[in-house]
Design a protein around this ligand. Structure first.
Ligand SMILES: NC(=O)c1ccc[n+]([C@@H]2O[C@H](COP(=O)([O-])OP(=O)(O)OC[C@H]3O[C@@H](n4cnc5c(N)ncnc54)[C@H](O)[C@@H]3O)[C@@H](O)[C@H]2O)c1
Length: 329
C-alpha cells in the first residue's frame, strides 16, 4: 500500500511516519508537507535513505501539487494543520486558510484521484470545554462547541470531511484525540517547553491557575490507534482516541520538575490565555470496544522516555526555541 501523510514533518506526522515504516515495512510512505515553522525535515532524517520513503514539499492549499503527489496513493492520513492555539489566536485567518480551506482542497484533490481511503486527524477541542471536578466526558453524541479559532477551524474541517463523505462518497474516517506528547514535539507546546526550559536553567511558564485539565496520550499510542482505525474502522465513522490520562497542567509540570530534581520555584505564573478551555476528557468506547484498541504506555514511563529523548537530542530543539519573553529577565 502507498500511504501519503500530510503534515508528516510535524510532531505527530513524523512519529506516524516512523511508526508506519517500523510496523508496516511492506508499505511506502510519502510525506507531503509545506515545512512551516512547525515542519522539520530533520525529524525524518533517519527515514530519508529508506527505499520506501519519499518527502514531497507541498502545500495542502495547492491543488496541482496535490494532484501530482496523490498519483498512485492508496491511503491519505491527513495531519497538516496550524495546530497551536496561541498562534491561531494571533493569526486566526491562517488557521482558517490551512485547516478549513486546506482540508477542503485536499478532499477535492482526493475525490479526483484514485485513493481508496482518507483519514482525518482531529482534536477533542472541537467539543468545547468541560467543568472541572465532574466525571463528564465528551462522547460521539456531544455537540460541537469550539470556543477558539484553532478548535473552530478543526471543527469546520471535520464537517468538511463528513460533507465529502455524504455528498461525494469520499471513503473517509475521522478521529479526535486528546493532547499528545512525545519526541519531535515543537518546544512551544507545554511539555517540551517545560523540559527544554529546565534543561537551560530557565523557568517554566504556566497559564492562569494551572488547573486546566487535558486528556493526555503518548504519541506512539495515538499512532497505533490511527493504524487500527484505517485498517479496521468503518468508513464514515468517527473515533474518539483517549488513553484516559486526565491531568492538570500543574500536575504535569510537577512530574517533570520531580524527574529533573527541580522545585516549584522554577514555575513562572503567566496571565491566562483568552478563552482557555478548562477541561477535556473523551469517552473512547467505539475504539476500545469495537476495534479492541488499548494504549501500550503508562503516562510516567512515556514522560520519562520523552524527557530522555529531549536530553539526547538538543540539536533538534535548540534552534527552534520560542523567544524568551522579556518579563523578569
Ligand atoms: N498535538 C496534539 O496534541 C494534537 C491533538 C489532537 C489532534 N491534533 C491534530 O493532529 C495534527 C498534527 O498535529 P501536530 O501537533 O503534529 O502539529 P504540528 O504543528 O507539529 O505539525 C503540523 C505540520 O503540518 C505542516 N503544515 C502546516 N500547514 C501546511 C500546509 N498548508 N500544507 C502542508 N503542510 C502544512 C507543518 O509544516 C507541520 O509539519 C493536526 O491536524 C492537529 O490538529 C494534534
Amino acid at each position: 500500500m502507498r500511504v501519503l501523510i500530510t503534515g508528516g514533518a510535524g510532531f505527530i506526522g513524523s512519529n506516524l511516519a516512523h511508526y508506519w515504516l517500523t510496523n508496516r515495512p511492506e508499505d511506502s510512505v510519502v510525506v507531503y508537507d509545506s515545512l512551516t515553522y512547525a515542519g522539520h525535515r530533520e525529524s525524518l532524517s533517519d527515514l530519508e535513505s529508506h527505499w520506501n520513503f519519499t518527502f514531497v514539499r507541498g502545500d495542502i492549499r495547492d491543488p496541482s501539487a496535490l494532484g501530482l503527489a496523490l498519483k498512485d496513493i492508496d491511503l491519505v492520513l491527513h495531519l497538516a494543520a496550524e495546530s497551536h492555539n496561541d498562534r491561531a489566536i494571533r493569526d486566526p485567518i491562517l488557521a482558517v486558510e490551512t485547516n478549513v480551506l486546506g482540508t477542503s482542497i485536499l478532499l477535492e484533490a482526493c475525490r479526483k484521484s484514485r485513493i481508496s481511503r482518507l483519514h482525518h486527524v482531529s482534536t477533542d477541542e472541537v467539543y468545547g470545554s468541560l467543568e472541572l471536578g465532574t466525571n463528564e466526558r465528551f462522547t460521539l453524541d456531544s455537540p460541537y462547541a469550539p470556543r477558539g479559532p484553532y478548535s473552530a477551524s478543526k471543527a469546520s474541517s471535520d464537517h468538511m470531511v463528513r460533507a465529502w463523505f455524504e455528498t461525494y462518497g469520499l471513503p473517509s474516517t475521522i478521529s479526535n484525540s486528546g493532547n499528545n506528547f512525545g519526541p519531535y514535539q515543537h518546544p512551544e507546546k507545554l511539555i517540551p517547553r517545560a523540559i527544554t526550559n529546565l534543561f537551560l536553567g530557565r523557568t517554566v511558564p504556566l497559564y492562569g491557575d494551572g488547573l486546566n485539565v487535558r486528556d493526555w496520550i503518548f504519541v506512539d499510542d495515538h499512532c497505533s490507534a490511527l493504524d487500527l482505525i484505517v485498517h479496521r474502522g468503518k468508513l464514515g465513522q468517527t473515533y474518539l482516541v483517549s488513553a484516559r490520562m486526565e491531568l492538570s497542567n500543574i500536575e504535569v509540570i510537577r512530574r517533570i520538575l520531580r524527574h529533573l530534581g527541580k522545585g516549584e520555584d522554577s514555575i513562572e505564573w503567566v496571565p491566562d490565555r483568552p478563552g482557555h478551555d478548562r477541561r477535556y476528557a473523551l469517552e473512547a468506547q467505539r475504539l476500545t470496544d469495537e476495534l479492541g484498541w488499548r494504549p501500550a504506555h503508562d503516562f510516567d514511563q512515556a514522560l520519562t522516555e520523552t524527557i530522555e529523548w529531549y536530553r539526547r537530542n538538543p540539536a533538534w530543539w535548540r534552534g527552534i526555541l520560542p523567544p524568551v519573553p522579556p518579563v523578569n529577565r
